[in-house]
Design a protein around this ligand. Structure first.
Ligand code: ADP
Length: 346
């Protein structure tokens, strides 16, 4: 019954009503004239059935045609070019179809509104974070400039020192703005990945050499374990260098003094996996799920003291995901951290 068209149901009701009406009329005439005629029963059935059918045609015109039109509108509205929605196989019950389509549409709207609400919260949080991050270096610069203007400029013991500190704050602002620009370009798809075939082992060695000075300043040894043989991948070399630099720099920033950062490459079928591990401060498990969010810091004071923008890991994740690959983190507080990401072999 649920899948039958209400028109068929109405035809049955019309037949039943016509039978009932003809019986009632015949019995009324029988009581009146005390004669019974089958012809009269048949005649009254035909007349009442025809009347019901005429009514049905009007109902069809007035109601069902409109229902079909509304159904089509709702369907088009929901679809927005999504053929999986336009190709839906409907049952014969127009009213049920309309009901289901409207429920699905309401559900879509509800999800869409929830998504927009989340985006709005995210946008507000993001703006708050950006202004908070920029405020500190701006206020610092303002303080140094005011002191210099108030006579500090003539004081040889502070003038150069304050200018150098102001420059440091300018550098910090530039780092934040550069990272923000990179994130927004990656998110809007403006920054396209340009894959090429290159040797990932050579790239890692290159980055390790470039970061050696920073690492030795904290007594940290950077090593590449296993036999370093050439391994070719298909990826955006410039962006992957950015990923490796970020992870190595973090391992030094948050690593233990006189500790060690190890890089390992694993061959995993179609992909290779790069693992960067340190034996530093580690990250408490409650921070791990949010670690790749913008401005999220597990150790706020150390991050700021080291000049971190809190955007590095968000950029790293964007770059790896733009390659359709994955990045993971495992960490034990006080023992160390392991970041690993995959790349497609070439
Ligand atoms: P930041 O600029 O603060 O370093 P990131 O996005 O690079 O920002 O990292 C986010 C946070 O993750 C850092 O503030 C730090 O608390 C934590 N973190 C990242 N790498 C490590 C690591 N190797 N060891 C411990 N904590 C880390």
């Amino acid at each position: 019954m649920k899948d039958n068209s209400p028109k068929i149901v109405l035809v049955f009701i019309a037949i039943a009503l016509s039978i009932l009406v003809s019986i009632l009329i015949s019995s009324f005439i029988f009581n009146l004239k005390e004669t019974f005629s089958w012809n009269f029963v048949a005649f009254s059935f035909v007349v009442s059935f025809m009347t019901a059918m005429v009514l049905l045609v009007f109902v069809n015109r007035l109601v069902f045609k409109k229902i079909e039109r509304i159904l089509q509108h709702v369907k088009d509205f929901r679809a927005h070019g999504d053929t999986s929605i336009t190709d839906v196989d409907y049952s014969k019950n127009e009213i049920n179809n309309l009901d289901e389509e409207i429920m699905a549409w309401a559900n879509d709207r509800k999800n869409e509104i929830e998504r927009l609400k989340k985006l709005e919260v995210y946008r507000k949080e993001f703006l708050g974070n950006v202004s908070h991050e920029l405020k500190t270096p701006i206020f610092n610069i303002q303080g140094y400039v005011l002191t210099l203007l108030d006579g500090g400029l003539e004081d040889a013991s502070i003038n150069r020192n304050y200018l150098q500190r102001a420059e440091k704050s300018v550098d910090r602002m530039i780092a934040i703005i550069d990272d923000l620009e990179a994130i927004s370009q990656l998110e809007t798809g403006e920054l396209q990945i340009e894959p090429e075939r290159f040797d990932i082992t050579a790239l890692i060695k290159d980055v390790l050499d470039a970061q050696e000075l920073k690492a030795t300043a904290r007594g940290i040894i950077l090593t590449m374990t296993g036999e370093p043989k050439p391994l070719y991948v298909l990826a955006d070399k410039f962006r992957i260098r950015q990923v490796i630099v970020n992870l190595i720099v973090n391992s030094v920033k948050y690593g233990k003094e006189y500790g060690e950062t190890k890089v390992r490459i694993y061959d995993v079928g179609e992909n290779i996996s790069v693992e960067i591990s340190d034996n530093g401060i580690g990250i408490a498990s409650e921070h791990l799920p949010r670690l790749f969010e913008r401005f999220y810091r597990a150790d706020k004071s150390r991050s700021r003291e080291q000049g971190g923008t809190g955007l590095g890991l968000a950029i790293v994740k964007h770059i790896i995901e733009a390659h359709n690959q994955t990045i993971n983190v495992m960490s034990t507080e006080g023992a160390g951290t392991v970041f690993s990401f995959t790349l497609k072999k070439a």
